[in-house]
Design a protein around this ligand. Structure first.
Ligand code: DC
Length: 230
């Protein structure tokens, strides 16, 4: 049994709009674990590249900033995740359209991922963490004790993402959200390095017709059921 298996790590993977972030945050709160949004880390890096005017075809330059970027995930008093890039808060700006448009170009690069994965492993080293992303159960912590793969049908995911943008006060059409999601789904699933896929030992949850609370309860039931058996 590896040391990772002895650690309490909850891996939650799935495509954009499957409900991972909200669910992962609540699961972490209930278990009193630390929540790590790995997508926020790729987003912060993409924002840095945009700010520094880096050409997204320049893989060397992107790998270089993946070494130098100071990315911090913190929680405020209400338990909300705050993202800091090189000392400045970027929680909102990492959700900008420009970041969405460029993130696939950065997240497909092997050297960038190698760096991000090393950081994520370090953050989860002591266990008691919920990590959410695309490759947590397959690459970052393949021996995590608890693995879940959240999915939902495409139109439901589009509708959720659209509502999210609107609630953040961002004007965007449903068609544009649809285009963005299609592009990211394709890139996340088809990229050569760490593509999005369900780990064979992950529990699959279709969230299309489930409320957030129902998804959280299903996950906690699996974890509690396992703890009872120990
Ligand atoms: O979860 P999200 O939508 O905030 O993630 C944004 C992008 O970051 C996603 O389209 C792919 C990339 N990502 C990744 O490649 N690997 C992860 N572990 C998390 C996110």
């Amino acid at each position: 049994m590896s040391s990772e298996r002895k650690q309490n790590i909850v891996a939650i993977d799935g495509p954009a709009g499957a409900g991972k972030s909200t669910v992962a945050k609540l699961v972490a709160e209930r278990l009193k674990y630390f929540y790590i949004d790995t997508g926020a880390m790729y987003r912060a890096l993409t924002l840095k590249a945009i700010k520094e005017g880096i050409d997204f075809k320049d893989e060397k330059a992107l790998v270089k900033i993946s070494h130098s970027a100071d990315i911090q995930l913190k929680r405020d008093k209400e338990g909300n995740l705050k993202v800091f890039l090189d000392g400045k808060e970027v929680t909102k700006s990492i959700r900008d359209r420009e970041v969405n448009q460029h993130i696939s170009l950065l997240s497909k690069i092997k050297g960038v991922r190698k760096n991000m994965v090393a950081r994520q492993r370090e953050m989860g080293r002591k266990g008691r963490v919920v990590l959410e992303g695309r490759d947590i159960g397959t690459v970052v912590f393949p021996r995590a004790r608890y693995k879940f793969y959240l999915d939902a049908n495409f139109s439901e995911r589009v509708a959720r993402r659209h509502r999210e943008f609107i609630s953040l006060g961002k004007k965007i059409s449903l068609a544009e959200v649809k285009r963005d999601l299609l592009r990211r789904d394709r890139s996340d699933k088809l990229r050569k390095v760490a593509p999005l896929k369900k780990a064979p030992d992950a529990v699959y949850i279709d969230t299309t017709c489930l409320s957030i609370e129902e998804v959280v309860e299903r996950i906690l039931d699996c974890i509690r059921g396992d703890l009872r058996k120990r």
